[in-house]
Design a protein around this ligand. Structure first.
Ligand SMILES: Nc1ncnc2c1ncn2[C@@H]1O[C@H](COP(=O)(O)OP(=O)(O)O)[C@@H](O)[C@H]1O
Ligand SMILES: O=c1ccn([C@@H]2O[C@H](COP(=O)(O)OP(=O)(O)O)[C@@H](O)[C@H]2O)c(=O)[nH]1
Ligand SMILES: [Mg+2]
Length: 236
């Protein structure tokens, strides 16, 4: 083996490649659907497009909880689409009442409103690495985002969780949300299955979906998520 490497730097670069391949294998062991590593494309940095991971999963699947851990460990900015909409409700904006009504029904806010808020959050941040949590919730959301932002996400993290676990977590959330009640959560699950899951399927077909088991403790889930982010090679 030594003979094949005429210089030490060459040997270490080979070692690095082996390590990256191993990291990817670890990552694959935790993911049920993975096609290629989420490497920041050259075109991303050339066009100064931010590195974006969408985070999807049903209500109560643990998106927000895991995003906090990812943001803290890997230096991402966490943009919660639902949080942006809740801020709108409480800021007396012209759309506040309409958003509150839709949220209470378990429906999805107009794409134009949500994408505008996300765009503003991206543009006002110094960071160039973002987790966009709870978005896109529909194909229409997805198309609007890609058109207005001018790029697809780099990859999509998806928390797979049984319905009964999600419902239990939502009903115990205790954050005073208008949508954390038995009636709304049933509606949200219908919307999730009919309208949000096709978005996840869209990205799965493109090889961009990382599906993670969302059951177990918060720490156990984060240990499944960690290798995905640890294997990223970002220039930012
Ligand atoms: N692994 C877990 N086990 C038990 N409770 C959890 C777990 N992950 C999150 N929770 C709790 O469940 C509720 C929903 O989690 P959250 O992260 O808000 O989910 P989502 O953003 O997908 O709706 C919160 O009260 C959270 O503290
Ligand atoms: O892109 C989005 C994100 C959220 N919502 C609305 O906000 C609610 C709460 O979303 P959030 O992501 O906060 O809920 P979670 O899935 O985390 O429980 C959803 O049911 C929708 O009514 C929306 O319309 N568009
Ligand atoms: Mg959430």
């Amino acid at each position: 083996m030594w003979r094949r490497f005429t210089s030490l730097p060459l040997f270490f670069s080979h070692l690095q490649q082996v390590r990256r391949a191993d990291e990817l294998k670890i990552c694959q062991a935790f993911c049920t659907e993975i096609v290629k590593p989420p490497v920041e494309g050259e075109s991303n940095s050339r066009r100064n497009i931010p590195f974006v991971a969408f985070v999807l999963g049903g209500p109560g699947s643990g998106k927000g909880t895991q995003c906090l851990k990812i943001a803290e460990t890997f230096g991402f900015d966490h943009i919660g689409a639902g949080d942006l909409l809740r801020k709108e409700i409480h800021s007396d904006s012209e759309n506040g009442a309409m958003i509150q009504k839709l949220m209470k029904e378990g429906s999805i806010a107009p794409s134009e409103v949500t994408v505008k808020l996300i765009k503003k959050a991206i543009e006002s941040a110094e960071n160039r690495k973002f987790l966009i949590d709870g978005f896109p919730r529909s194909e229409e959301n997805r198309v609007a985002y890609e058109r207005i932002i001018g790029a697809e996400p780099n990859f999509v993290l998806f928390f797979d969780c049984p319905e009964e676990v999600m419902v239990k977590r939502v009903l115990n959330r205790n954050e005073g949300r208008v949508d954390d009640n038995e009636h709304t959560v049933k509606e949200r699950l219908k919307v999730y299955k009919a309208i949000t899951l096709p978005v996840a399927n869209h990205y799965a077909k493109k090889g961009k979906l990382y599906k993670v088991d969302g059951t177990g403790t918060q720490e156990e889930i984060f240990e499944r998520v960690r290798p995905i982010f640890a294997s990223l090679r970002l220039s930012t």
